[in-house]
Design a protein around this ligand. Structure first.
Ligand SMILES: *Cc1c(COP(=O)(O)O)cnc(C)c1O
Length: 228
């Protein structure tokens, strides 16, 4: 049987390479996060066998079931869903990254609950780049102070920014959305916060995100097919 997942992964990696070239980004600078929410263990195993290391999950219980069953220290699990304060302990214990930190309370809890034997938890601040969506995220006006605060927490490592834009099929509109996050990233840089990650781009808007400097794309259906 042809391994569909391995083929899809290779195809996505090839497209990432093409976009890096097209938009003059360093080759191999864009990391691929495989978003496995709603996907079976079998498919995740196939992706691992094909060399995929970074996996993203949105729902804590589903993620914990997978993480404890797979039990592989070479896999970096990224939490990309909404973080509720009663879930921070398990997230701090089981994940390498959290992309969806929106407020100082959550940051503080993740910091305090990060087990001392683990390296600092890598985090991104989720920014609300569009008012039209009900999506979570820090308001633009709050991002700088939140970033400065997170940078003081010793058990967190502030890596970058993340956003979920309004869904549109129009390339220019997709770029316009991500341009806002790119500017915010520059603003933080000019304030001395040298973050190394822009987490943006999903299956339908990966090219626009890379054009606007994304260096971590979060791809689900493009790798695993439709979700349950
Ligand atoms: C589900 C999800 C993705 C992946 O979306 P696809 O369209 O399947 O590529 C990326 N980021 C977040 C935050 C998600 O919830």
């Amino acid at each position: 049987m042809i391994n569909v997942i391995a083929n899809n992964l290779a195809h996505i990696q090839q497209r990432i390479g093409e976009y890096e070239k097209k938009y003059a980004k360093p080759s191999s600078s864009v990391r691929l996060l495989a978003v496995s929410k709603g996907q079976s263990l079998e498919k995740i195993h196939q992706a691992m066998a094909a060399g995929q290391h970074y996996f993203g999950e949105n729902y804590l219980q589903e993620a914990l079931d997978k993480i404890t069953t797979i039990h592989n220290n070479n896999i970096a699990w990224h939490f990309i869903g909404q973080v509720q304060s009663n879930k921070t302990r398990k997230i701090a214990e089981h994940f390498s990254w959290v992309h969806s930190v929106c407020d100082p309370d959550i940051a503080q809890r993740l910091n305090d609950q990060r087990p001392p034997h683990l390296p600092p938890l890598s985090i991104c601040i989720q920014v609300k780049i569009s008012q039209e969506t009900a999506k979570a995220g820090a308001e633009f006006d709050h991002v700088l102070s939140l970033a400065e605060y997170c940078a003081t927490l010793p058990n967190l490592r502030l890596r970058g920014l993340m956003a979920i834009p309004v869904i549109t099929q129009h390339f220019i509109e997709q770029r316009a959305e991500y341009y806002k996050l790119r500017l915010m990233h520059e603003l933080l840089y000019n304030h001395g916060l040298h973050l190394d990650t822009l987490s943006m781009g999903m299956t339908h808007d990966m090219e626009a995100a890379i054009a606007e400097n994304s260096n971590m794309v979060r791809i689900g259906s493009g790798i695993f097919g439709d979700r349950k």
